[in-house]
Structure formats: structure tokens, C-alpha cells
Design a protein around this ligand. Structure first.
Ligand SMILES: [Zn+2]
Length: 443
């Protein structure tokens, strides 16, 4: 609710107060300045009866200036001219279509403001659709008088949403609902039910404004059609594109009160106004771009893994999983175990041997793991003194015969061998058995 105390001071010196300007324009009385703080409007022929037959009415905003007998009528709520205009407005009502005087009305006006928040590196942004739709807001105007007649009458405005519910004062102000112009084109249709609800709300507000010594008279309800902009921004990088929808009051976009939403990377979920693309063309935000330290490629940081040894960030293709520790390690950082020949993380190695080789435990033939292996490879049955260690992926086994000893690395699931070594029982090294000769041991 805002009070318009009378007599209204002009918004700017030399300007007609915006409320009266709207009233005159709504009544199709075209007003123009005609001197310092003086205005005049021509009265169409059929309406002159309302203005003492005058063709032109001169208007002064302040009683103290520019007025004199026969020169100008003071325009105020309780002046004869003000009373006439309000009565004519009432006769137009109860609803009068209006628009905010300064709101943007074309997509052309909005586009620069829609693009401004974004920084697009390596691509472009454009509108892939934008519509300006009229949404109604309500401004009820009441003439409030004290019953004792001492104080001047004043105008009170009550703004409401179309629900109708009270409108946040900040929204009224930011949409500039206090500076209205007539809506000159036919407004969207409003259902009778809706109009009825709006009217009831206006009656309720009048009752709230009325007290023991104060009476509120409904003058008119301006149905203010405010432009709301909605559409999609299209970000294009080569032959790929991504969209971002927006929906905001057009006035807010122009004033920077609202901005279209930041771009959201569909993979990382990160949001930013800096939009760019990876080297392979995926559209994302600059904050999600990272550089693979092995290939130098610009990729999503979520594509990269950290090497457990060097701490370098690289694409998965440059890393391997250590079968002993489970760590992800750059391929060139893996160390070969001198015993089982598995390539493992350096963290798994001590004195040349991996953690599995260092933890081999004696195992009996009854152990289901060994029983399964002997079932798969019956030729192994001739070996004795089995020892076993297992990692996430493999079994490492050693066994002995009278003179020789054997080492196997088998996949835990398939039991497929990945390494076979054999040596003399007293030998220190584990010479690898060429794959061609594995059948000799495994059958
Ligand atoms: Zn090993």
C-alpha cells in the first residue's frame, strides 16, 4: 500500500505527477506542458460538457504557482478538476488496463541483457526462442477521507498479485508500478470468475482502509500488464549446442535485478557464467575444465584420475590398477615384482618383492581355493608344499618338488594363468617360463 498525499508533488520539477498523467492519458485527454509547472489538455468535442464547455483546460500542479483567476485549474484529489477526473475514471472502471510506462516491449531490447552475464570461450550464445508474455498485476486506488472533513483527502494505492494476494512492495517498486501508461492494445481476456475474485479483493481492502473516522472509497483498479520474458539461450560450439532456459520479468532483466541462470554442466553439475568446451567438444563451464597431465588435452576434471604415486591428474587410459594395493597408478610408475613379475604400485614393493609375494602362506590341498585350482589343472598335482597369497584380482602360488620350485599367478575368477616361473629349489631368481611351455605345467 502506498499513499499518494495530495496535492501531489511532481516526480520531477516540470513534470505532471505520474498518477495524474496516467489518469489523463487513460481518459484519452492528451496532456502537454505549456509553461513552468503548467500543463494543458484539449477536450474532445463530446466531452466538453464535463469541463464547463472548454476546448482546452490548463492545469497547475501546485496551487501557489501559475494560477490565477481564469488561468489554470489546480489538479489535486480534492480540487474540482481532480474530482471530475476521478469520477470519469470511476465511470470507466472498475478495471482499467494499464502497462508500466517504461517496461521493455521487444525481445530486441532484452537480448543484450540476456547475453551480458555470460562469457563464452570458443563458442557463441544466441536466443533459440524468447517470448514476452503479459502477466496481470493489480493496483487498486482508493480515495480516503477523514469523516471530520478537516484533513485533505488522499489517494491510497494497494498492489496485488492476480491470485489475488498482497504484492511485495519491492516487486511493485522494481516493476515500476507507480509509473503507468494506458494499455492501448486489447488486453488478454480475463474470465468473469477471475474478475469477480479481483473485485472482491478490492472490496476487502476498502473495508480494511475504513476506520471509525476514515472512509475509503474505491476509485478504480488498474490491471497492469507486465511483460515476462521466457525462452532459451543456445550455446553453440562447432556442431554441438546446449540450451539454458530462462524466465524473468522483462524489466528485471533490463535493470539487472534478474539475470538468466548460470550454465549448468550436465556432467559435473557445476554452474557458472563462463561457458566453454572440452577438446572433444563437450560443452561445460570453465571451472570444470582440467588438463590431462599426460596428454595435455583439455577435458572435464571429472574425467581425470589421480595417480597414487605422483599425484598427477590424467585420463584413465594412462593409469593402471595395481592388483595388490588396488591403487590407480600411472602406467610408467608401475614396478615389476622380482618374484611374481606382476606390475604393481611402488607402494606394494619392499626389497623388490610385492606384498603378495611377501605374504605367501602354507596351504593344504583341502583348501577350497587350491582344490579348485588342482581340479582345473590336474598336472599341478605332482607339486607339494603349496603356499598361496591372494589380491583383489589374482592368486599367487608357489609349490615345490624334489628339486624344483614353481610360481603361478592365476586370475581369481577364471583361474587363467598370467605368469608362470620355475627355478631350482635353491635358486634365488624366478626365471619366467615362456608361454609356449606352460602346457607342460598346466596341461
Ligand atoms: Zn610379487
Amino acid at each position: 500500500m502506498s499513499d499518494a498525499n495530495e496535492p501531489l508533488e511532481p516526480d520531477d520539477p516540470g513534470q505532471l505527477p505520474s498518477f495524474w498523467l496516467w489518469v489523463l492519458e487513460t481518459l484519452r485527454l492528451s496532456v502537454r506542458p505549456c509553461g513552468e509547472d503548467l500543463f494543458e489538455f484539449s477536450v474532445p468535442e463530446g466531452q466538453r460538457g464535463d469541463f464547463d464547455g472548454r476546448e482546452v483546460v490548463r492545469v497547475a500542479v501546485r496551487a501557489s504557482r501559475g494560477t490565477g483567476p481564469g488561468t489554470a485549474d489546480v489538479l489535486a484529489v480534492d480540487s474540482p478538476l481532480g474530482g471530475r477526473l476521478l469520477r470519469r475514471l470511476q465511470a470507466w472502471g472498475p478495471f482499467v488496463p494499464a502497462v508500466p510506462r517504461h517496461q521493455p516491449v521487444s525481445v530486441h531490447q532484452l537480448a543484450p541483457h540476456l547475453f551480458a552475464p555470460y562469457r563464452v570461450t570458443g563458442g557463441t550464445v544466441r536466443l533459440s526462442g524468447c517470448s514476452l508474455e503479459d502477466h496481470p498485476l493489480l493496483r487498486y486506488t482508493y480515495l480516503v477521507r477523514r469523516d471530520n472533513g478537516e484533513a485533505a483527502a488522499r489517494l491510497v494505492h494497494v498492489d496485488a498479485s492476480p491470485r489475488p494476494e498482497p504484492l511485495e512492495p519491492a516487486l511493485s517498486a522494481s516493476l515500476r508500478l507507480d509509473e503507468l501508461a494506458p494499455r492501448l492494445v486489447r488486453p488478454p481476456r480475463v474470465s468473469d470468475d477471475q474478475l469477480g475474485a479481483w473485485l472482491s479483493y478490492g472490496e476487502q481492502q476498502a473495508a480494511l482502509l475504513t476506520t471509525a473516522d476514515r472512509r475509503a472509497e474505491f476509485v478504480v483498479a488498474a490491471v497492469i500488464w507486465c511483460k515476462r520474458a521466457s525462452g532459451k539461450l543456445l550455446f553453440e560450439f562447432g556442431d554441438r549446442s546446449a540450451e539454458r532456459p530462462f524466465d524473468a520479468w522483462a524489466q528485471h532483466l533490463v535493470d539487472g535485478v534478474a539475470t538468466p541462470p548460470p550454465f549448468r554442466c550436465p556432467v559435473t553439475g557445476r554452474e557458472s557464467y563462463h561457458v566453454t568446451a572440452t577438446d572433444d567438444g563437450r560443452i561445460t563451464v570453465a571451472e570444470s575444465i582440467a588438463c590431462c597431465e599426460c596428454s595435455g588435452r583439455r577435458v572435464l576434471d571429472s574425467d581425470l584420475e589421480t595417480c597414487a604415486v605422483t599425484g598427477k591428474r590424467a585420463l584413465a587410459e594412462f593409469l593402471r590398477s595395481c592388483s595388490v594395493t588396488g591403487e590407480r597408478v600411472l602406467a610408467d610408475q608401475l614396478v615389476r615384482c622380482t618374484q611374481c613379475s606382476q606390475e604393481v604400485s611402488p607402494h606394494a614393493i619392499l626389497a623388490g618383492r610385492c606384498a603378495a609375494c611377501r605374504s605367501l602362506q602354507p596351504i593344504s590341498r583341502d583348501d577350497p581355493r587350491l582344490a579348485r585350482i588342482l581340479g582345473e589343472y590336474p598336472k599341478l598335482d605332482r607339486w607339494t608344499r603349496w603356499r598361496l597369497a591372494e589380491t583383489d584380482a589374482v592368486y599367487v602360488l608357489t609349490a615345490s618338488s624334489l628339486l624344483r620350485r614353481l610360481l603361478l599367478v592365476l586370475d581369481k575368477e577364471s583361474l587363467e594363468a598370467s605368469h608362470v616361473a620355475e627355478s631350482f629349489r635353491l635358486g634365488r631368481d624366478w626365471p619366467e617360463v615362456p608361454r609356449a611351455q606352460w602346457a607342460e605345467f598346466l596341461g
